[in-house]
Design a protein around this ligand. Sequence first.
Ligand code: 5RP
Length: 227
Amino acid sequence: MNRNQDQLKLAVARAARDYVAAHLPQGALLGVGTGSTANLFIDELAAIKARLGGTVASSEATRQRLEAHGIRVLELNAVESLPMYVDGADEIDHSLAMIKGGGGALTREKIVAAVAGIFVCVCDQSKRVTTLGKFPLPLEVIPMARAQVVRELARLGGQARLREGFVTDNGNLILDVHGLTIADPRALESELDHVAGIVANGLFARRGADVLLLAGSAGVSTHTRSA
Ligand code: 5RP
């Protein structure tokens, strides 16, 4: 990551803090994502923690960072609804479909996103793409299924490579799939959901973002998913 990208991530983290302050009702719960942009957002969130009813974390790393700031973290099972979720992405297209999982937290991120009312994606401009797939698509995989999933992905035209030395918060492996051109993200997401041994895939298309806060050289712009 270069210095300019660091500055854009900080700018969008601050914009997300302001978005939460303006749109999340006082005392409501907030879902919090994972990754370097989410980490900067958590640091900014500390300034408005008194107005939050609590948070739900999408990873152990996020839970620890929230708690280090004295921000209350609840288990998702203890929560009936979550009005808003703020998270980053590895790629996002113009329909606000995303590739996520660069940090390996895709399964919990997908679960929290499924509960959330509004998904606010926070990105720097390097993440905006016309077609998803240049960033290798992460898959969380049950260890005994690794070789079979690699074969299935080869059948779909992708080269799935093991993320060496990485174990997810759920005790599973990550395969990063190279070489996919994702013309129809919803269709591929559904197809991968039916491959035995894949716990979750990093396509967030059926449940994409509702709002994108995008940091570029001219500032942070707000994009809303068209119906
Ligand atoms: C973690 C994710 C992250 O949101 C994604 O990898 C972006 O991370 P960063 O903000 O560090 O670029 O999906 O699983």
